[in-house]
Write a protein that binds this ligand. Sequence first.
Ligand code: PMP
Length: 401
Amino acid sequence: VSRFEGITMAPPDPILGVSEAFKADNHELKLNLGVGAYRTEELQPYVLDVVKKADKLLLEKGENREYLPIEGLAAFNKVTAELLFGADNPVIKQQRVATVQGLSGTGSLRLAAALIERYFRGAKVLISSPTWGNHKNIFNDARVPWSEYRYYDPKTVGLDFEGMIADIKAAPKGSFILLHGCAHNPTGIDPTPEQWEIIADVIQEKNHVPFFDIAYQGFASGSLDADAASVRMFVARGMEVIAAQSYSKNLGLYAERIGAINVVCSSPEAAARVKSQLKRIARPMYSNPPVHGARIVADIVGDSTLFNEWNAEMEMMAGRIKNVRHKLFDSLSSKDKSGKDWSFVLKQIGMFSFTGLNKAQCDNMTNKWHVYMTKDGRISLAGLSLAKCEYLADAIIDSYH
Ligand code: PMP
């Protein structure tokens, strides 16, 4: 009898499990709107031209494969903080940012979670309801207590701003407030600039720590600066801020696992100490991060021609998603005779649209229409083409009514 008899079968991952079910379906009209990965209009995975160029240059340079330091590639850490906060942000000049290269967004969040567990024992992290499914796993595995703040209002398929503010106010002083820097996942609903200011007021009042997860910088609007505005506003107020970054979407480097954790501190001494502890957490987990993605990011940002090309490709990707969003809205509005207001689709931003479909309706989407999506009603518009919008609209209307 196996020594592993006592180990039970784990449930499939609610997001990545959708792709597995999609693969097993042979229907010709099937559509995978589960995982958030960019596709071309032909629904094929996309490698950015600028990444291909950077790869070629890297190959020519023939750099060695020695270990990186625990904190990652220095040139990457420099540019990643500059991209997020702005190159001339005083916090960078004053050396008040502790930046450590992480295993993409997920691994970077996990490092911050471990830091909270060690140095803020008992403090809670507040996450939005709903949020990206992996947030709960990350904090659970790091043994960090979390609770939810209201975010989504099903009545308007919009932001429950009053509920959000009330819940952040009600949290114990010194809590960590997890915020999506832009393009909230799964809802696609972001606060307005005015609402961001009020959120910052409340966080400041309560001495909470803003903890940004920014996985879509440049991918939401097409502009790196515009998408980082929320983070920069908090930093400009002199607040201490945690921010986890990912290059999965904006550079299409999903499998390279490249991202970073940044902790903006009140003094350079505190930043140095925080960085030393982040390294101490990383060392027994994975020793040091992979080099390839870090070199790609550093080389692209460090070369003005490549950097401009990257920005153009980001605009192109964000633009394709916006076009699909409009076409889906038009299809829904013209096909649906019930008088339902679909304008929420247009108000959302980024890769996802929250349809408001409940679990049974999502099951109908998959079982009857072969549309694969997460059961929370989220669809990835990046997995949709203009040609498939009408079919998807039919599926959504049928499932709603
Ligand atoms: N945070 C959010 C909100 C995300 O949507 C994602 C990607 N789905 C991530 C973090 C991290 O992704 P990765 O680990 O690939 O960078």
